[in-house]
Design a binder for this molecule. Structure first.
Ligand code: E4P
Length: 274
């Protein structure tokens, strides 16, 4: 009888162990399936494509409609001058409206704060970014007043881009405050007798050397070739006008090749499937 009981206990133990093993196996299978599904989802909807970050530098919503579908833009950048050019009022309410529109199609919307002292700049920046703290980046000119406002904004959890940068030493200000971006005006540096390309490349070395996470957002680009040259130097973040965006696709040899493919496809009778 005692033997029978021992046997029974062993059998129950084995059954329990087996159940646990099977349950463990099932859990492993479920985890693997989840991983596969997640990978599939990620590959279908990439959070961002590559390390490069392009911004469309205009407040003209017709240009947004025409160029954002290209899929190359991470976000849109504006400033009071661009708003004026596009006949868009520079008010908190209107910036909220534009932010809503841009963020339906991109990841980030940058717009500039204003004010006659750091407190006013801070208050306006807070009011604009309130609409979407995660995805609105507040631009602040890299002046002493701007630095003070930017510091307060960063401390309040607002994303900041220091702008109107004309000298590589200003990268040190950006890295010290810990802003996310600094925007050197390459074209305007050249207009003022500086070597804009060198200043931008130097700024990248400064932030890399300091181990800072501030991104060098090259602005005031006048042509797509300079963009390619800077990318070859390791710069990866740019804002450019609709004209420069169109220049990226201005390659007659590609157009000819694409036309030849279309002709060949038409001869192959693809139209019969239409
Ligand atoms: C950035 O904020 C500016 O809009 C900009 O890039 C200026 O470009 P521009 O010098 O060609 O006007």
């Amino acid at each position: 009888m005692a033997n029978q009981n021992v046997h029974l206990v062993r059998m129950v133990n084995m059954m329990v162990l087996d159940f646990h093993r099977r349950r463990g196996f099932t859990v492993v299978i479920i985890v693997l399936l989840c991983c596969c599904c997640t990978r599939r989802c990620i590959s279908f909807t990439p959070p961002h494509r590559g390390e490069c970050r392009f911004f469309l530098d205009t407040a003209d919503t017709d240009e947004w409609n025409s160029l954002l579908p290209l899929g190359i833009f991470h976000g849109v950048t504006t400033n009071p001058t661009l708003l004026e050019r596009a006949d868009e009022p520079c008010t908190v309410e209107n910036l909220h409206r534009l932010a809503d529109e841009a963020l339906m199609r991109t990841n980030e919307f940058m717009c500039q704060t204003w004010g006659s002292n750091p407190k006013e700049m801070y208050d306006n920046g807070m009011a604009i970014s309130r609409r979407d703290r995660e995805r609105i980046v507040i631009k602040v000119p890299v002046t002493a007043r701007g630095a003070e406002a930017a510091t307060m904004l960063v401390e309040s959890g607002v994303r900041v881009c220091l702008t109107a940068c004309y000298a590589s030493k200003q990268a040190l200000v950006a890295a010290s405050i810990g802003v996310e971006y600094i925007a050197p005006y390459l074209g305007r540096m050249n207009d003022n007798g500086k070597d804009g390309f060198d200043e931008c490349a130097r700024m990248q070395s400064i932030v890399d050397g300091l181990g800072s996470e501030t991104r060098i957002l090259v602005a005031s680009l006048r042509d797509a070739d300079t963009l390619a040259d800077l990318a070859a130097e390791g710069l990866d973040t740019y804002t450019f006008s609709p004209a420069v965006a169109r220049e990226l696709f201005d390659e007659p040899l590609t157009d000819d090749a694409a036309a030849q493919f279309e002709e060949a496809a038409a001869k192959g009778g693809t139209n019969s499937f239409a």
